[in-house]
Every structure is written in structure tokens, then in C-alpha cells.
Design a protein around this ligand. Sequence first.
Ligand code: SAM
Length: 294
Amino acid sequence: MNDREGIASPKRTKEIIAKHNFSFKKSLGQNFLIDQNILNKIVEAADLAPNKGALEIGPGIGALTEKLALGAGEVAAIEIDRRLIPILKDVLGPYGNVTVREADVLKVDLKAFFEEVFVRSEKVSVVANLPYYVTTPILMKLLEEKLPLENIVVMIQKEVAERMSASPGGKEYGSLSIAVQYYSEPELVCIVPRTVFIPQPNVESAVIRLKVREKPPVDVADEEHFFTLVQASFTQRRKTIANNLKARYFSQEGRERMESLLAEAGIEPSRRAETLSMEEYARLSGIFIREEIR
Ligand code: SAM
């Protein structure tokens, strides 16, 4: 074993796969990273330190985990594929600060898991090359559970990264942009070509950093109401905000009342959902709650 080379070289990845007779499962989003430069960029963006923890989701054969073990104090990795557990034990053997848990991350009680594995860490980052078939549910779970996270640095589909970081006005801006930006400040770290993975994915990728906010940027009395209102506004993107809201909240006769509430919020009824800022949605949600429109 050549330690200096790291797991993420094409040669070592192929050796490990051959040694353990491993075959990739497309259904689990298994595209392993084989490029040290990209790994270094991911790890640098996470700003690790010996007094910090790192959670990895989907460690695969440990290419990124190895780097996390070198940079962070405590490292935990959650991997769904049972066949990878003995491989991880083998390759991560030299690192005493790594805990590997076999589980579906979507089913893990993360608060309890954090208490169990991050005993000494002052702050925790999530650092991962995510399985693309569950990118959004994983990120929303991490953000909504209000975990003690400093930042989330993840490789995801480029198109999803663009939607998460989009500003009002463009076609990428939607309910996902608002949900992610309510909890965090997204920043694009780099665009990543398909060639740095085996096997190569069908889409282009990007590394994104979500700096987790201590408190949301807008005042929202009822988060469920706010997010439902945002979703309803984007139901049919080509329609006006008035038409989408009417379909969800108002009867045939309610149009006038709705227009006066939109006017109170300073929103023209002919605007489309993609032009409204998070502040405008928060304001409208507050007015609807006051009027008991749910
Ligand atoms: N970190 C490795 C790397 O960069 O080479 C592997 C990344 S690969 C894109 C995604 C990994 O997530 C795979 O190892 C896959 O088995 C795992 N995975 C898929 N779904 C999962 C889930 N629901 N919970 C935990 N791990 C999952």
C-alpha cells in the first residue's frame, strides 16, 4: 500500500476494488472520486481543524474519509452499502479517529448520533460526495434538523447546485433556493467534470458550500406555513402568483380579498413566483397567518 498516493488515485481505487471483488451499484449513486485535487478542494472548503468534527455521508471506499481523518479531530461516516464496511475497516485501519456506521442516513437519528460520536468537537462540518439520487432529501434533513453544524461542503449535481444558490429573477430560482437559503448561505466552490469519477456519472457536478446560519435571514412566525406558501406559489411557474395562490388558498369569490392582501404586502398580482424575494414570501406568510388563511 502506498500511503502517500492516497486512496483516490485511479490505480489504488482499482486495486482496492479488485482486492475486495467490489462491483458498483448504480442504484446507490456510487461514483467514486479518483482525483486528489478535487478532494483537496473539498477538504479546504470545509475548514477542518483538530478541535472540529466531520460527518461524511456515503464514504464509499474511503477516499475522502482518509483526508477527513487527517484534518479533523473526530470523523464519522454513514454508509448504506454493507459490502463497503469491511473495505472501509481495511483502508481506514491506520486512522484511530474514524467511526463508520452502516445505515441509511435518511433513517438515522442524527441528533443522537452527533452526541454519540462528536464528544470533543466544538463544531461539526458535513463533508461528502453525495449519492445524487437523494441529494435534496439528505440536505434538507441536515438543515431542518437544526444540528450543531458550521458548514456543509458537498459534491452534488451542477444543476442542483445552481438551483440552491440562485437569486430571484432567473429560471433556476425556486422553492429549493428559498429553503436552502433560509437555513444557509450557499457558495459555489467549483465545477467538476465527469472524468474525475469511476464510473463516470451522466451529469456534470459541482462542489457547494452551505454556511449554516445561526438564525434565518427573515422573520417567519410559522415555518410550515411559510414553506407551504412558497411551494404553492411555484405550483405552475408560468402562472402569475395570484393564480397559483388562488388555486391553493381562495375560493372563486376570494380574488378581491387576495389582491388586497398582496397589495398590503407590496406584491403586484401579475408577478410570477420566481420574481419574489424571500422577504416578500415571509411578509405575505405573516399577513396570511394574521387573516387565518392556511
Ligand atoms: N465518498 C466516496 C467518494 O467520494 O469516492 C463515495 C461517494 S458515492 C457518490 C456515494 C456513496 O453514498 C456510495 O458509497 C453509496 O453507497 C452511499 N450511499 C448511497 N445512498 C446512501 C444513503 N441513503 N445513506 C448512506 N449512504 C448512502
